[in-house]
Design a protein around this ligand. Sequence first.
Ligand SMILES: Cc1cc2nc3c(=O)[nH]c(=O)nc-3n(C[C@H](O)[C@H](O)[C@H](O)COP(=O)(O)OP(=O)(O)OC[C@H]3O[C@@H](n4cnc5c(N)ncnc54)[C@H](O)[C@@H]3O)c2cc1C
Length: 405
Amino acid sequence: VAVDFALAPEDEAFRDELRAWLDEHLPPFLASEELADDSSLSGEKSQHRRAAWQRVLNEGRWAAVHWPEEYGGRNATAMQRIIYSEVNAEYRTPGLFNPNGLWQIGPMIIAWGTDEQKARWLPSILDATDHWCQGFSEPDAGNDLANLRTTAVRDGDDYLVNGQKIWISTAHLARWGLFLLRTDPTAIERGAKHEGITAFIIDMHTPGIEARPIRDMTGEEMFNEVFFTDARIPVTSRLGGEGEGWMVAMGTLGHERVGIAGQISLLAADLRAMVTAARSVNPAALEDPSLRERLARAWTDIELARLLSLRALSKIIKGEKNWPEVPFAKLAWSSLAQTLAALSVDLLGPAGVLARGGPDSVDRGKWTRLYSFQRYSTIGGGSSEVQKNIIADRAVKLPGQSRLS
Ligand SMILES: Cc1cc2nc3c(=O)[nH]c(=O)nc-3n(C[C@H](O)[C@H](O)[C@H](O)COP(=O)(O)OP(=O)(O)OC[C@H]3O[C@@H](n4cnc5c(N)ncnc54)[C@H](O)[C@@H]3O)c2cc1C
């Protein structure tokens, strides 16, 4: 069967319009902004630069293309979201100030929020007024997210919140966060842990909430423990009904997973950039047979991962279930991200160990940082072991007791 990869005319028009807009707006932005390294989400300069870029995008209605037009988006289809990610990767645009808010939390507010909630929160996500975080994980609820135990107990017009979250990215910088809390603590004992979970939008400045940054292996303080001690959250901040939190969360993670297709295009752009860097600081690497083989393999694997995510997309478009492609694509992306990070420092040779901040570091130490940072890719958004379990159980249908909780 011949596969037609040509874009539909409306998708081609979308891509061309975005390219033309970037041609016009990106060079002046890069020239005007101090070239802060925005690869980290948490640095002060990087936050400033990301916010400035998101505002430029929003002015052109390019910040949240998949949101409906009435909320400042373009009603982009799943295909156009991938095109959007690919073109941004091609242009190596600066990072977003509110990636969680734009890609995941905003669509959930649009789907589940009341009119007042939409009017209150969507504009500040879009125009980079406020930074947003997403608080799901807990010390005993990561892959097994439904085991979460931070409680929200109704008290008049409020809920009283107690417990602890962990690994919450940029919670110390965020003004708002989408949190999953347990409103029915008996659900776990009843063996129905997916029930009794409720989603809330929480003002991170509420008394009784404390975000404590955790220093990670890159030396940055990006994610946090978040402690709740009798924090009072108004009922009006509940997103959806009591007990509907699991459905809200599944929608959110679904958006995260479509985002993997975009991450794959970033890998292709990274591979090109690391070859350029090697050409300038360690050209001998590009003649080395074993490195050349690793480069060729990496390129082939990126292409395979891209095709896999396109297959998942074509199933979405046809309204079919898009797995096992989704867990396969997550697995492929995460191992590729680590393979590429290791390849980048090897390609740079001795310069590959020069850390960020040093006068001789290559690309402001991006590759050295990436080498440590990418360890997260096989953990965050569902670990590789668990993706393999899903594939074994549901796609390959291996015999034996289910490994999924
Ligand atoms: C950089 C980074 C940013 C993050 N940002 C956020 C954020 O903003 N908000 C948020 O809510 N969370 C965030 N997380 C947390 C992330 O979602 C969790 O780390 C992830 O869900 C894994 O959970 P865990 O760390 O508790 O590991 P666990 O689930 O405890 O897993 C530990 C180990 O056990 C293995 N394992 C677990 N269950 C099984 C099983 N059934 N079969 C086989 N092996 C198993 C896992 O594969 C893993 O190797 C972030 C994590 C990272 C690394």
